[in-house]
Design a protein around this ligand. Structure first.
Ligand SMILES: O=C(O)CCC(=O)C(=O)O
Ligand SMILES: [Fe+2]
Length: 226
């Protein structure tokens, strides 16, 4: 049974929780086949750059190598994923105990990052949006999402970082406080990894740095924050 308290605890204390078996495996496989057809037809961009990040976009300048489906690509080719994005909003709202809203940014509201086998990756960064939700379409034994969770306690002299690796489970939904945890996607070796990224905000806070989308989608180096 769905254990709301467990998800709220994990979301707040561990900065992420995973709701398993949200979408049946055969539906994920069907979506994967269509996604790979769209990539093979050259209809979506390949993001491939490294060392461009700055503090302005909360990025540490790692390597990026994945195909990207932007908001419009999803609405054109995979409209059912846009429906999922809207349909799970109440679930996200109760897990995060927040007045969750869908993103007002049409390029980045819902994306797919398709990491190819043999080096598909995403550099170390914080997310700009308050609530990040990842729907995994593949089951992976490699290329985990690597999270750094900042910890501190009055009984300890220094704060410390806890490292956590989360491997993609087909059909699972990960709900994460992406602004509070540095994270990346470890390079793939032999497997493809497909993440559907759904960005949500809280009603009172829909901030997004204006250079961020040019950086992540088009590899344009952002200006420093002044
Ligand atoms: O695909 C992943 O595991 C991570 C994706 C991510 O961090 C992002 O899109 O901001
Ligand atoms: Fe992220």
């Amino acid at each position: 049974m769905f254990d709301l308290r467990k998800h709220q605890y994990n979301y707040f204390y561990n900065l992420a929780t995973v709701v398993e078996d949200l979408i049946p495996a055969n539906i994920c496989d069907h979506l994967t086949t269509r996604i790979n057809g769209i990539i093979a037809d050259g209809l979506v961009d390949h993001v491939c750059h490294s060392s461009l990040g700055t503090d302005a976009v909360s990025d540490l300048g790692g390597a990026y190598n994945h195909h990207i489906f932007k908001g419009e690509d999803i609405r054109t080719h995979l409209p059912e994923l846009a429906a999922v994005y809207h349909a799970v909003l109440p679930l996200i709202s109760i897990i995060t105990c927040s007045d969750t809203v869908v993103s007002p940014y049409a390029v980045s509201d819902i994306n797919i990052k398709a990491y190819p086998a043999g080096g598909g990756t995403l550099g170390l960064h914080y997310d700009t949006n308050g609530i990040t939700v990842l729907l995994s379409l593949t089951e992976n034994t490699e290329a985990p999402l690597r999270m750094q969770i900042p910890r501190s306690h009055p009984s300890k002299k220094e704060p410390w970082i806890e490292h956590k690796n989360i491997y993609a489970k087909k059909g699972a939904l990960l709900v994460m406080q992406g602004r509070k945890t540095l994270h990346d996607s470890e390079p793939t070796i032999a497997e493809q990894k497909l993440s559907v990224i759904m960005n949500y905000y809280e009603r009172h806070d829909t901030y997004r740095h204006e250079d961020f989308d040019n950086f992540v989608y088009y590899g344009i180096k952002p200006a420093e924050l002044v």
